[in-house]
Design a protein around this ligand. Structure first.
Ligand code: SF4
Ligand code: SF4
Length: 56
């Protein structure tokens, strides 16, 4: 289990510095979460203006 960023992502970058385990990075057209490192804290969802990160 991990959070996943959906296609609503506008690549604003607000979530990246909020992740305590630094598992968010800029991908192709949107930001991505490394599922192997995500601890499901929800900080990225709280920081996101478009609710793109959600629990998978
Ligand atoms: Fe990082 Fe927490 Fe978001 Fe997982 S849920 S990507 S650990 S901020
Ligand atoms: Fe994408 Fe939301 Fe992260 Fe911004 S905060 S890069 S819109 S997932």
């Amino acid at each position: 289990m991990a959070y996943v960023i959906n296609d609503e992502c506008i690549s604003c970058g607000a979530c990246e510095p909020e992740c305590p385990v630094s598992c968010i990075s800029e991908g192709d057209g949107k930001y991505e979460i490394n599922a192997d490192e995500c601890i499901e804290c929800g900080a990225c969802a709280d920081a996101c203006p478009v609710n793109a990160p959600n629990p998978a």
